[in-house]
Structure formats: structure tokens, C-alpha cells
Design a binder for this molecule. Sequence first.
Ligand code: FES
Length: 145
Amino acid sequence: MYSEKVMDHFQNPRNVGEIENASGMGTVGNAKCGDIMRMYLDIDENQVIRDVRFKTFGCGAAVATSSMATELVKGKTVSEAMQITNQAVAEALDGLPPVKMHCSLLAEEAIHAALWDYAVKNNLQIEGLSKPKTDIGEEEEEEDY
Ligand code: FES
């Protein structure tokens, strides 16, 4: 049912963890399955994503897609990271079963939520980026753990 790449990223997820004083941090959740994903970005003065970490409390596909998403955004500029869609993440994993596509959407949303946080902190406008709808916020999240 899952590709080898999905299994690999699920079993050996890349870039797991946190970044202290991250340039941007975003947490998103899917109300239906209850899965939560948090993304941390370290962005330098040239808007290049130097480092990225994630924590996912969710299904195997959510872990695999967030791991792959971190690999895809690392070293990219903010505007290049904006081009990374959930389809791109799923394709990089050699596909996902249709019922698991929403998991890759969570990865895309987590990147956007972290970029939104970075933009707000630095008073920047990022083209194509709007306030994340699924950012569940700090207070609510504590209850969800
Ligand atoms: Fe919800 Fe995978 S089942 S993120």
C-alpha cells in the first residue's frame, strides 16, 4: 500500500526535533483525524531556509510527508518553499494512497504556517501566503497533547 520511500521516511524520519528561537514556527492540525504537525524554520538574512525541524503527532503518512517536506524546503529560499505543494511532497514520496493525501496537505500547511509566523515577526509580505486557517494556536494545543 505504501511506497518504499514512504516506509523509509516513516521509519527514519529526517529533521525531527525543535529549533530554539526559530525564525518561524507553525502548528497545524486536522480536525477529522486529530493529527498535529509542527514545523520550525531557521531562515537567514537572505531569506534562505538554513535549517528545518518538525514534530508530528500523527499517522505514518503524516510523519513521512513532514519528513519529506523538511528535506524539500531545506536550503530553499522562502519563495521557493512557497512553490512546494502537497502534490510535490506526495510525488517525492512516490505517491500516497488517495485516503492519505490529506496527510501531505498537513505538511504543506505546516510549512505555510511557519512561513506566516516568520513573515509576521519580520513585518514581511510573502507572495501567495495568507493567514493559515488550520493553525490551532498555542493554548488549544496544550489540551490536545
Ligand atoms: Fe490524518 Fe494522516 S490520517 S494526517
